[in-house]
Ligand binder design. Structure first.
Ligand SMILES: [Fe+2]
Length: 443
């Protein structure tokens, strides 16, 4: 099979120019969260199903969907990618096949290690950059997340295809590691270069969230929405979720509920990130005193019907726990028991056991009104829940639940100290100040 160069000068093993064009189109669709990513994958496979990278891409995309029915398809694509890479692939393609095979058996550390090894040799492999970025995010390791991009940046420059996407990822890694000024500067540069780059828009949105710049955040999301809305798949919903977070902090609850209903959650969706967005927003609203019982009920029904046995991402499962606890469903305990029985000898297996088990038990206790039980389960692991992955902004809901449990249990000293910690991190949060005043008067 012929070898040829892609648009970044990387050698790929493909049948001809049509296969290469389909590969480039698919890579761009994946990088940009485009709604036509699935169609691009089908096209790439129909043009050349024997290209190692097409099978590897298929496996990666099936895993990224984080849906149970996709697992067997990812495994099949991984076997095919490994076979093809061994037969005809180059060293870079063999590393992709090896990373995918590790990911398929739940060894995401092994998968990330192979992608990082690949990037030392081929730092222009934007697919490997993006996949490693995703894996570091769900491993919850902010240093690896930040430094992964730092290592490849010297190989990139203005004018290279995908440069703005790399800047957007660099910005997000910096933001999660707390380098807000640099993150914002680089993220805004990425959006200037590509106004449709929702990951870069999202990176800046995180900076604005962490710095409590709520009104600016609303304007930031709206400013670019015409450029990307309608072209992006379900990740767009998460960007709208961020806008709802700003409104929430400003006490604009009608806007939050409108975004929930119209922009970031549809009852028809069983996408894990959609449900996580919905679950954590409903719990936030309840903590602000807003009655969201009906929406919690609908969300819990979706989870009970489709998600109790999923066990693909601890992050998603813990958000399902949160929703079931919010709806006071007995299935919250069932899900927690399943998480507690987790015995896989994998990265995720360890995360489920060490963090998922107590976190889900704490949420069950909270949902049942056993606030002391919630504190006992949640407080000892609050510095470990980054291991379930996700961002600081997302995991913040677990901290808020713990604070609420401490207040409802009238453990004012604990509530006071947790609120002091939160105020130091988020000095512009009105809700934190409101709670701190309540605790101060109780003390
Ligand atoms: Fe986010």
């Amino acid at each position: 099979m012929p070898e040829m160069k892609d648009c970044r000068g990387l050698t790929v093993t493909m049948s001809g120019p049509d296969a290469l064009a389909a590969h480039e189109e698919l890579t761009n669709a994946y990088l940009g969260f485009k709604v036509n990513t699935g169609d691009c994958l089908k096209k790439a496979l129909s043009v050349d199903a024997e290209a190692p990278m097409h099978q590897a891409m298929a496996g990666y995309i099936f895993l990224l969907m984080a849906l149970k029915p996709m697992v067997s398809r990812a495994n099949a694509a991984s076997e095919k990618a490994t076979e093809l890479a061994e037969q005809r692939g180059n060293a870079r393609e063999k590393l992709h096949a090896a990373a995918l095979a590790k990911w398929c058996v739940g060894d995401i550390t092994g998968a990330a290690d192979r992608l990082e090894a690949l990037l030392i040799e081929w730092p222009k492999d934007i697919l490997a950059i993006k996949l490693a970025h995703y894996l570091h995010f769900y491993k919850g390791d902010v240093v690896e997340h930040r430094d992964s991009l730092a290592r490849v940046m010297p190989a990139w420059s203005l004018g290279m295809p995908g440069y703005s996407a790399v800047l957007g990822m660099r910005a997000f890694g910096l933001e999660e590691a707390g380098h807000y000024e640099e993150a914002e500067r680089i993220g805004r540069r990425a959006v200037d270069l590509d106004p449709e780059d929702t990951w870069a828009i999202h990176s800046v949105a995180h900076v604005l969230e962490m710095q409590g710049r709520h009104q600016e955040g609303i304007e930031w999301i709206d400013r670019n929405a015409d450029e990307w809305d309608g072209k992006i798949h379900s990740f767009a919903n998460h960007v709208w979720w961020h806008k709802a977070l700003y409104h929430l902090e400003l006490g604009q609850y009608e806007e939050v509920l409108s975004l929930y209903d119209k922009r970031f959650y549809s009852e028809l969706s069983d996408d894990g990130l959609d449900i996580a967005n919905a679950s954590s927003m409903l719990m936030r609203l309840r903590l602000h005193g807003i009655d969201v019982s009906d929406r919690f009920e609908h969300l819990a029904d979706v989870i009970i019907k489709n998600k109790l046995e999923e066990a693909l991402l601890p992050f998603n499962d813990l958000h399902y726990s949160l929703a079931l606890a919010g709806a006071s469903k007995p299935e919250a305990k069932l899900l927690s028991e399943r998480i507690c029985k987790e015995d896989r000898k994998t990265h995720w297996g360890a995360v489920y056991r060490d963090v998922g088990a107590p976190l889900s038990q704490g949420l069950v206790a909270y949902g049942n009104g056993d606030f002391r039980g919630a504190i006992e389960a949640l407080n000892p692991i609050r510095y470990s829940w980054s291991r379930i992955g996700g961002s600081h902004a997302q995991r913040d809901i677990f901290q808020q639940v713990l604070i609420d449990a401490a207040m409802k249990a009238e453990d004012w000293a604990l509530a006071n100290s947790l609120l002091a910690e939160r105020t130091a991190l988020r000095p512009n949060s009105h809700e934190t100040h409101r709670r701190a005043e309540q605790v101060a008067s109780a003390l």
